[in-house]
Design a protein around this ligand. Structure first.
Ligand code: NAP
Length: 457
């Protein structure tokens, strides 16, 4: 058998998932000269870029621009894209092993954590994932509906996703129009009657998980004023110590500005609530109110404070609840999964099965470490995994099929309409053209059939 990693016998690597962590894994692999690697990237959607396309808010175009970096990686020799192929069902993991020496799972965290409280599944109680997917034109959420005829919405959580959800609800038509928000969402939000948005944090102002940039944007909204109770920024000793963290300090400064700001008489209000945990969502078929229990913080060390319930409850009338308390991974058949953490068990990226290393199996990104960090966090995280893979190359079992065309023939034989990089470029160009026609950066296709039709043209 030829030595693995020479240019005539490159290490054949499949990456499952085409979001940031997948691309940041592909990049160092394609740059490696010894060993030489080739990368085939799979995605269940016809379109690449994962959460950069389906998660980043439409009014954050600069963050989305990172796709230019990924396009450059994708343009390299020895890289191929196979979109519209679901690993674990269309193609099983053992089947994939027939064509690749190593598989990197970069499949993210595609569902939401649950609150596990009564009323969570009432009509009008929605997940952040579904709302974010919906306004970004993700095909999975195309037909979701949100009752925006309600006047009061509650967003649970103080992370950046909660900020995105609250901000999109708060923006006016004129603020949303120049973004690449999906047309169906734009139309629905144009009719929105929401006038009160309550954001609920289970801990205090000093522990808000969002970043200052996102919080600052709340003070810049055209028709919505952020409201903070001055009592909530009267911090105790440990909370003050926590302001040694730059982000926390800036967050508290911003919240203080909001608490001290005069009433702007805005048609919409965004009310921040701290030290409150949702305990019950009430309603007769549809959300009518949410019961919040007051918390206090316990702990003897800064940065280690936890919220505990006080027993005192308040009820808030509302017609919509958005649960935004963190994402969670979904298992892939034949790949180990830690049900508690919602991640793939691993040691610095090497996947573990019952505590032992599973040769040739690696994880990156949110499937590796859980749903934390910003896009850039994935770069060192993926590199850590790639370094382990490159260390392991000599011990990898070479896959039996070593021809580049073989996977293509296999997919065709299975009658899978995979989407290549060239196909994606057709979709991309068509979306940009649709956007240009209506003065938007992009008008996405929101149904897989529409995307495939563009390719067939
Ligand atoms: P997150 O940052 O982990 O925030 C989750 C929030 O939910 C926290 O406030 C957390 O409170 C709260 N929470 C968790 N369990 C709860 C419960 N049972 N009851 C009430 N509240 C609960 O998660 P995320 O907002 O989903 O964001 C995921 C990652 O994506 C983050 O790293 C985020 O920064 C990143 N992201 C970045 C951007 C951006 O850069 N613009 C945009 C979107 C997302 P505790 O703090 O008390 O746990």
């Amino acid at each position: 058998m030829e030595q693995l990693g020479l240019s005539n016998n490159p290490v054949r690597i499949a990456i499952v998932g085409s979001g940031p962590s997948g691309f940041y894994a592909a990049d160092p692999l394609l740059k490696s000269e010894t060993p030489v690697c080739m990368v085939d990237m799979f995605d269940r959607l016809p379109t690449p870029f994962g959460l950069v396309r389906g998660g980043v808010a439409p009014d954050h175009p600069k963050i989305r621009n990172v796709t230019r970096v990924y396009e450059k990686i994708a343009a390299k020799d020895r890289f191929r894209f196979f979109g519209n192929v679901t690993i674990g069902s269309d193609v099983t993991v053992p089947e994939l092993q027939g064509f690749y020496d190593a598989i990197i799972f970069a499949n993210g965290a595609e569902t939401d954590r649950r609150l596990n409280i009564r009323g969570e599944d009432l009509l009008g109680s929605c997940t952040a994932t579904s709302f974010v997917g919906w306004y970004n034109g993700h095909p999975d959420y195309r037909d979701h509906t949100f009752d925006l005829s309600q006047e009061v919405a509650v967003v649970i959580g103080l992370g950046n996703v909660a900020m995105d959800v609250a901000r999109i609800l708060a923006k006016t038509v004129d603020e949303l129009r120049p973004t690449d928000i999906a047309q169906h969402a734009f139309e629905a939000l144009s009719e929105s009657r929401i006038r009160e948005i309550h954001i609920i944090g289970r801990r205090g102002a000093a522990q808000a998980a969002c970043t200052p940039q996102e919080l600052k944007e709340m003070g810049e909204l055209a028709a919505c004023q952020p409201i903070v109770n001055p009592k909530d920024i009267d911090l105790g000793r440990l909370c003050k110590e926590e302001l040694s963290d730059r982000n926390r300090k800036r967050n508290v400064e911003l919240l203080t500005e909001y608490a001290n700001a005069p009433d702007r008489n805005s048609p919409r209000k965004m009310r921040f609530h701290f030290l409150r945990s949702p305990v019950d969502i009430k309603g007769n078929g549809h959300v009518e109110s949410i019961v919040l229990e007051k918390n206090h913080l316990i702990g003897t060390e800064a940065f280690q404070q936890r919220a505990v319930r006080s027993g005192e409850k308040i009820e808030l009338s509302c017609g919509l609840v958005f649960r935004s308390i963190g994402y969670r991974g979904i298992p892939i058949l034949d790949v180990p999964f830690d049900d508690q953490k919602g991640t793939i068990p691993n040691d610095r990226g090497r996947i573990l099965i019952n505590g032992a290393i599973m040769p040739g199996f690696y994880a990156v990104g949110w499937s590796k470490r859980g749903p934390s960090g910003v896009i850039g966090t994935n770069k060192p995280d993926s590199l850590e995994t790639v370094e382990r893979l490159l260390e392991d190359v000599d011990g990898l079992m070479q896959c039996p099929v070593r021809e580049n065309r073989a996977i293509v023939q296999f997919l065709k034989k299975k009658r899978l309409r995979y989407v290549s990089l060239a196909d994606w470029h057709k979709i991309d160009e068509a979306e940009l053209a649709r956007g240009a026609a209506v003065g938007k950066p992009r008008e996405r296709f929101t149904r897989i059939e529409e995307m495939l039709r563009v390719i067939e043209r």
